[in-house]
Design a protein around this ligand. Structure first.
Ligand code: GLN
Length: 488
């Protein structure tokens, strides 16, 4: 059996049925890592010995009948901003280059409860700030579909690891698109749930009011099953929701009959690449052919989402990153001096240029005299964006659009022009500002063979509608092959 060709759920089933073992699965992944990791650099930390030992432990429990379920024995990767007890958690920053947490994030514990086995910690943009995984202090990850290109970010290591078979599924975090955008660039599926669905306990905070943990996988089914496993109410996170509808896998149905899907005209303007546009519209047609009622509408306020997001996210980041001062965590600069000098040196040396840019921007918009003009105004825009979505969801079950304006750029292209990089987040950040769930899934390739992503956004708590629509689309493509225009 070619284990790497299986999805996470298929592998979990094969393990349950005794056709393979957790150890064999982990060995297959480690072998693949030997082949591709040197070029791709999906991981910051891999602990082979621990991974194999844990796989054996899980296997024993499965055989003893103590552990069952679709993820038991399945090798998983976790983004390096989720704390893992006893295992390095760096946030791809020099600042946390030596940080070994004494506890695990709730999402990681939930994965373990489900029997998944950790391969290692994936590369990312430093403190999740970026869209390419190039701001990592440990060097970039490359896109498995074309190693000259970026995998997207900030969960680029997680998306690339899934695409390259260096794990069967991965966890990421999404503050402004960091799960959905790398999923789109790497040709895998990624879901960001409603804010509060997955505990943020143990997730190193970037923009606390926007951050959500979610899953990346080869299929919609894998993502739904993983999300179901990690979505639990957690008293340790005051924004964690007590939901009773997290049985996401129950939505894996091929049925969009009568589903109302809105396509925002604002998302298809001049900034959108032609091939991406045709692939996304072809996907809409496909869903219409499956019985959905698809129509165009004006969402509005789209051009304000990027400035509002970068104001709010940077403000929160500047506050959240205050704690990295050389005293409490991680790196401390050499050389004496006063306390203030030590802070200054540590933070100057510990943070990379993108993080510093955000701290400066965030401190500025929060400072006396500018607070009302920038931060408070951004909060007002956020509320208006939320209302625009409320109006849209009064008429539609989900909103369909592109994930990104273009396919994956070449390495180096984005670093030179941060503003252009920020504008690339235009289609993903509104979901975070409004706390909405959204899924990204492949909808074909461009002429150069690069994956294109389709995004479906739903109202709060409506993940199941998204999963149903995404699953229906995925299965229709699988059965019918790509239509002419999807493959452009
Ligand atoms: N690219 C966005 C940013 O840099 C989103 C990052 C994220 O979702 N973590 O802020």
């Amino acid at each position: 059996m070619d284990l790497l060709s299986l999805t996470a759920v298929e592998l979990g089933t094969a393990i349950q049925q005794g056709q393979t073992t957790a150890r064999e699965a982990m060995e297959a992944v480690l072998k693949q890592i030997d082949k591709t990791e040197e070029i791709l650099h999906c991981y910051i930390t891999i602990d082979r010995k621990k991974a194999l030992e844990e796989a054996e432990g899980v296997q024993r429990k499965i055989e003893a009948g103590e552990l069952s379920g679709p993820l038991a024995g399945v090798p998983a990767a976790v983004k390096d901003n989720l704390c893992t007890e006893g295992m390095l958690t760096t946030c791809a920053s020099r600042m946390l280059g030596n940080f070994v947490p004494g506890y695990s994030a709730e999402a990681v514990l939930n994965l373990k409860r489900a029997g998944a086995v950790l391969v290692g910690k994936t590369n990312m943009d430093e403190f999740a700030m970026g869209s390419t995984t190039e701001t990592s202090a440990f060097g970039p990850t490359r896109n498995p579909r074309d190693p000259e290109r970026v995998p997207g970010g900030s969960s680029g290591g997680s998306a690339a690891a899934v695409a390259a078979g260096e794990c069967f599924f991965a966890l990421g975090s999404d503050t402004g698109g960091s799960i959905r955008q790398p999923a789109a660039y790497c040709g895998v599926v990624g879901i960001k749930p409603t804010y509060g669905t997955v505990s943020r306990y143990g997730l190193v905070a970037y923009g606390s009011s926007l951050d959500q943990v979610g899953s990346l996988g080869k299929t919609v089914e894998d993502c739904a099953v993983v999300l179901e496993a990690i979505a639990t109410h957690d008293r340790k996170d005051s924004t964690s929701l007590a939901r009773e509808d997290t049985d996401f896998s129950s939505a894996l149905e091929e049925n969009v009959t009568g589903m109302r899907i809105g396509i925002p005209r604002d998302y298809f303007g001049p900034g959108l690449n032609g091939e991406v546009k045709s692939a996304v519209l072809a996907a809409a047609k496909r869903l219409a052919a499956e019985g959905a009622r698809v129509e165009e509408f004006d969402l509005g306020l789209t051009e304000y989402a990027v400035p509002a997001y970068y104001t709010i996210a940077s403000a929160e980041a500047s506050s959240n990153l205050e704690r990295f001062d050389g005293v409490k965590y991680g790196y401390r600069a050499e050389g004496g001096g006063s306390l203030h000098e030590m802070y200054k040196k540590t933070r100057s040396q510990g943070f990379g240029p993108e993080v510093k840019r955000r701290i400066m921007l965030g401190s500025f918009v929060l400072s006396a005299g500018y607070y009302d003009a920038y931060y408070r105004k951004a909060l007002r825009v956020k509320a208006m964006i939320r209302r625009a979505f409320d109006e849209a969801f009064a008429r539609y079950d989900c909103i369909l659009g592109p994930v990104t304006p273009d396919t994956a750029p070449r390495l180096g292209e984005s670093l030179a022009d941060p503003l252009k990089m920020y504008l690339g987040d235009i289609y993903t950040i509104a979901a975070n500002l409004a706390g909405l769930p959204a899924i990204s899934l492949p909808c074909g390739k461009n002429g150069a063979g690069l994956p294109i992503g389709l995004q479906l956004t739903g109202d709060c708590f409506q993940e199941k509608k998204l999963i149903r629509a995404a699953y229906t689309y995925e299965q229709a493509v699988k059965k019918g092959g790509q239509t002419g225009d999807e493959g452009i």
